[in-house]
Ligand binder design. Structure first.
Ligand SMILES: [Zn+2]
Length: 72
């Protein structure tokens, strides 16, 4: 599955996996964001939050899990 991704997609997955991604929790460590919190729901904006818990992306989460379960 990863081999079929374009370079940009592979790069984003790597960033999310390592936590070195342009989300507020990481950006705050380098003073590139004013707070570590998600602008949409005020939880810590970590990769886990972005990929699983942020209620603003519920439809995207469901689509992602659907795609994962139907390609494996
Ligand atoms: Zn959120």
């Amino acid at each position: 599955m990863l081999a079929s991704l374009p370079w940009g997609g592979f790069s984003i997955i790597t960033q999310l996996h390592t936590g070195h991604v342009a989300l507020h929790d990481y950006l705050k460590c380098f003073s590139h964001a004013e707070s570590p919190f998600c602008l949409r729901c005020q939880a810590h904006e970590t990769p886990e939050h972005f990929l699983v818990f942020c209620t603003c992306f519920t439809h995207k989460h469901l689509q992602l899990w659907h795609d994962i379960l139907h390609t494996v």
